[in-house]
Ligand binder design. Sequence first.
Ligand SMILES: Cc1ncc(COP(=O)(O)O)c(C=O)c1O
Length: 427
Amino acid sequence: MTDSRTGLAGAAESSVAPRAPFDPARVREDFPIFATPRDKKLLYLDSAATSQKPQVVLDAMDRYYRTCNANIHRGVYRIAEEATELYEDARRRFAKFIHAASPREVIFTRNSTEAINLVAYAWGRASLKSGDAIVLTPMEHHSNLVPWHILAAERGVELRFIPMTDTGELEVSALPGLLADGRAKLVSFVHVSNVLGTVNPAAEIARIAHEHGATVLLDASQSAAHMPLDVRALGADFVACTAHKMLGPTGIGMLWGRRELLEAMPPFLGGGEMIREVHLTSSKWNELPWKFEAGTMAIAEAVGLGAAIAYLETLGMDAVFAHDRELSAYALERLAEVPGLRVLGPSADKRGGVVAFTMEGVHPHDVATVLDSEGICVRAGHHCAMPLHDAMGIPASARASFHCYSLREEVDALAEGLHRARKIFAR
Ligand SMILES: Cc1ncc(COP(=O)(O)O)c(C=O)c1O
């Protein structure tokens, strides 16, 4: 079953039965970084920036380099075929993971940022002209703002924004008004905010956008690794993800797009692999998905991604999401006990595993430094969401974020660390 407003796939749609019950302490044992000897125990609360990697991902990448390192698609010899098979297997796994109609709809990029830029360059430049508009939100990561700034300046395109409530939820009721004149050709928005944690009603936004003839891009950087994702149920046209937040390696991202859109788009980057024929003065493009994969791709990283997805499937995405939400709810409860602390974003039932906050009279960097002295890793700054911080009237915030290996004890340590920071700076 899929929720028609959020587009979240239900338990019945997970492809592999989760091991039950979900036990984060047991999950943690699969991540070697937590067993690495160090002065202070590692309390890692920065998974929204990048996730830790399980042993199976490290092993898969290591095995690839040790046993079948070769360039893909080009060799007829055995290890080149093996490498190609591993690379394409990762694509198939990811396609299945997000319920894509076909692996041909999955394009490997360097990260989410490149996936969004690919759409801005290849689709945007072919589809938008002066006088058109793009609808975004104030809670976008810079990766889903700056590519549109560049396009808007180049083409004379107007940028419009879905308004946001004080608690960090989108006012979706305003969207039909933003689309009413028919000039908006794209609605591009984040699924889960990397600062507020807000889970946006993606399916509802996509439905309204389509009713007005607009194409939909969903930035799933913070959702793909944390909840069941069904791109078809969500109704998006493009979805951008990044492997390093999904327990996979850095250096590889994924763009899913509806096949007919991808087929119609010109290439993004030119070079080897993305061609079918090259002459001195002209060339013909390869078919999907390789038309968008120029040059030698991140092969070992694709192998790592494949292993990460297999691992996430054994956990069960429903269980991962329930765990994130439970920790967020617990963090909201514990952080409410800290005097002078303002938690940003909506109530626990409307957010994923992200909790950002400010402490009255104390700069977030100072808060993060005190926490670091106790081995607690949180992020401080604008989290690549400057306009969102501007909208909230603050220059920066500190952020704790969770994944499948995060523990309640870490939230307790965070709360205690914040009490201590408060005492230090209140002197
Ligand atoms: C919501 C969101 N979008 C996009 C990105 C960009 O991801 P990457 O740096 O992997 O391209 C991030 C990374 O933090 C993010 O949180």
